[in-house]
Write a protein of this length. Structure first.
Length: 421
């Protein structure tokens, strides 16, 4: 199984420019484009904020605290990273707009206020517009960056799920695979143990205690925000090490997240295997119609290929689940073979008790819109600047990997946050 950082680039024949991302928040600017604009009436107040150096959930918590409201009352369309300057829409029902306008929260500015008839929900966005400045790079390499962007805009960028999909240690998919196999001991070992070089402080202590069988000590050591790890460790202690009971203590939504991570890593493997032909249809493919997403089976690739060349349609890969439609021909063989290599029966997703994930299809590629590269110098020094727009669900990290050819040129980055599929 290829690690997320080892996945091949489409433009691997073009040397990467290297460089450093996020030297400062202003180097990574993201503007969320809404799926719809507020209509100007209704009980829900929509307010656009610009935040600097704060992740979305922290911003929501601080705004809720300032207004004396509950976090769940505030709606948002997508999550945005901390190491950036990001603009996004939030919503709150039955609040005086003047109170929103008067908010004084460090790092957060209210840009505009309106009204609408419904709460803003996750996924209610068209996409995100990026302006990214890459430091510690030779500005003369801007030509290579521009060539890469041109290829991605013409042929499509690999639609990989980015590293943030797989947690800080990159192993959440392993938990999902173990859950699918009903291997609860393995799932708990990865989730709460297996201390490694990426672990620090109390997290390292908690994992080490778990590895040594001190489940009560591990439960006490986990930091407050790791409530599911604490619950699982406490359940292990109370049940005498019964991993099945411990897994039941984990929030069902979190268990679904682990299964989704395994879906995602399998999808990435198919993209990697078809990397040089992301823009070529095969007989039996299930093709995605852009932008609406309807899927149809390709019977005659030669007839449909001009539409693929025009980026009207794209081949798809699997999000395995009990309702996923399987392709025929070579694509179908490839997807079944991938499961067999993982020791999984293709019918496993449909087995009773494993129908947590419905599944679906996802295009193998996406198009960066309005993609341009430039070079310049500011008070922080020289840079190469990338500008592009990505539709909802696409990862900026993929574009950056293609341009830079490095594993996360700085800290893990993708303020697009990538709404759950």
């Amino acid at each position: 199984m290829l690690d997320v950082h080892d996945l091949p680039c489409l433009t691997r024949d073009i040397p990467g420019i290297g460089g450093t991302l996020k030297s400062r928040p202003e180097d990574f600017v993201v503007v969320e484009e809404s799926l719809y604009e507020p209509c100007g009436r209704g009980t829900h107040v929509y307010f656009r904020i610009r935040k600097r150096g704060i992740p979305t959930m922290q911003a929501v918590q601080e705004i809720a605290r300032a207004l004396g409201r509950q976090v769940f009352e505030i709606g948002y369309a997508g999550l945005k990273d901390a190491d950036a300057v990001t603009t996004q829409m939030l919503s709150l029902e039955h609040v005086d707009p003047a109170r929103i306008q008067a908010l004084k929260v460090p790092g957060i500015e209210v840009v505009s206020i309106s009204r609408h008839t419904n709460k803003l929900k996750l996924g209610h966005l068209k996409g995100n517009r990026f302006r990214i400045r890459i430091r510690n790079v030779d500005p003369a390499r801007v030509g290579d960056a521009a060539v890469v962007l041109e290829i991605l805009a013409r042929r499509g960028a690999p639609n990989y799920f980015g590293p943030q999909r797989f947690g800080l240690r990159g192993d959440t998919w392993r938990i999902g695979r173990a859950l699918l196999r009903h291997d609860y001991d393995e799932a708990l070992a990865v989730m709460a143990g297996r201390a490694g070089p990426a672990d620090r402080g109390d997290i390292l202590k908690a994992r080490t205690l778990f590895d040594h069988g001190d489940y009560a000590g591990a439960a006490a050591a986990w930091p407050y925000m790791f409530r599911n790890e604490r619950r699982a460790c406490r359940a292990m202690a109370e049940s005498g090490g019964n991993a099945r009971k411990a897994i039941r203590a984990v929030d069902p939504h979190v268990r679904r997240f682990y299964l989704s991570a395994f879906q995602s890593v399998l999808f990435n493997q198919i993209v990697a295997r078809r990397i040089d032909a992301l823009d070529r249809l095969l007989a039996g493919d299930l093709a995605w119609r852009h932008p609406q997403g309807a899927v149809f089976r390709v019977e005659d690739p030669a007839r449909e290929q001009p539409r693929c060349d025009a980026f009207e349609i794209s081949p798809t890969g699997p999000l395995y689940g009990h309702r996923m439609t399987e392709p025929a021909g070579e694509p179908g063989d490839m997807e079944r073979r991938l499961l067999e290599e993982q020791g999984l029966d293709p019918g496993l997703w449909k087995a009773e008790g494993r129908r947590l994930m419905s599944g679906g299809r996802r295009p193998l590629r996406f198009r960066p819109h309005d993609a341009v590269a430039g070079a310049g110098t500011d008070q922080a020094g020289p840079y190469i600047e990338l500008r592009f727009f990505l539709e909802s669900g696409c990862y900026a990290t993929t574009v950056l990997r293609e341009v830079c050819k490095t594993d996360t040129p700085a800290r893990d980055c993708d303020p697009a946050a990538e709404e759950a599929e």
